[in-house]
Design a protein around this ligand. Sequence first.
Ligand SMILES: Cc1ncc(COP(=O)(O)O)c(C=O)c1O
Length: 358
Amino acid sequence: MNKRKHNFNPGPATIPHVVLEEAAQSLLEYQGAGMSFAEMSHRSPQVMSVVEEASALVKRLYGLGADFEVIWMQGGASAQLAIAPMNLLDTNRSVAIVNTGFWANKAIKAAQELGRVVVPASSEITRFDHIPQGWHLPADVQYFHLVSNETIDGTQWQEYPDLAVPIVADMTSDFLTRPLPIEKFGLIFASAQKNFGIAGTTCVVIRKDLLEQRQARKIPTIFNYATHVAEHSLYHTAPTFAIYVALLALRWTQAQGGLEEMARRNAQKAALIYAEIDENPLFTGSVRAEDRSVMNACFRINRPELEQKFLDFAAQHDVVGIKGFPTVGGFRASMYNALPLESVQLLVDLMRDFAQQH
Ligand SMILES: Cc1ncc(COP(=O)(O)O)c(C=O)c1O
């Protein structure tokens, strides 16, 4: 096998090697069963126990009480942008969404297809370089949707607002990366391919009372959260292997010390790269310091003619995945749970060397 790259991909992203090894083994044969985990019925005891353990571990890591349910769905976080309002938004109420960037925009558009949307604030005018503060919610707002971490624009809510309505959070790029004030949330969803495994499943955490809420809208059974809660995520053929890899990643997260330890490591990586971005005369950060994402550091080079050269220089040293999203440009270093500090240290060294050479 070739040497592993320093993988800064935004998602699908780097996965702990021990998780990959165990997944690879189980893809060939699962625990002496004479077949691959991927060949087993989703109703087999083995698969059911994996789903159950994965849900229990999410509850344990976040310290969730009996008032929360954890389910595993398909369709990515993109599907959740529609499924959440389908389940939670009454026809005579509205959802409030602060427009923080690319993924908030997607959420606004998806919710508008289903009901009333209020946008109390937006940072679009300054190219989504911060999280707007000081806004108010109209009285008819039923819940507040936020994008906990804007993967493309590089901002992150460092504190969640205190509101009279539940928060629905798209945590696709920062699920399991830090402890949460869980009492503020009604619903949290995240696709697995950034912080807990491979693409194919989305973890949904939902407060039970929101499932029981009277609905003005008719919800198709397959899109109703209550269906998946009642059937323990096995209403239909679940993405079994993706949930299995998620379980391995959850076990890894727990064994490393849980969410406090993830938060400590992630803060250390972020501090390292942002210090370099701030000190290095060749680079500039794209986001205001107080709202910078711990997961996705976005920055530009002050001499655009050198952009491709820096990408090539990084690639020569096995640093990959740092090209920014086309709408934002520049660079984006995605530093999810599984990315080691050494990879960030190498990137920082390369930024320094490159600046000296130019
Ligand atoms: C914050 C956020 N929300 C939603 C999505 C969409 O997730 P998926 O591609 O799994 O549907 C992404 C994907 O990168 C994301 O970063």
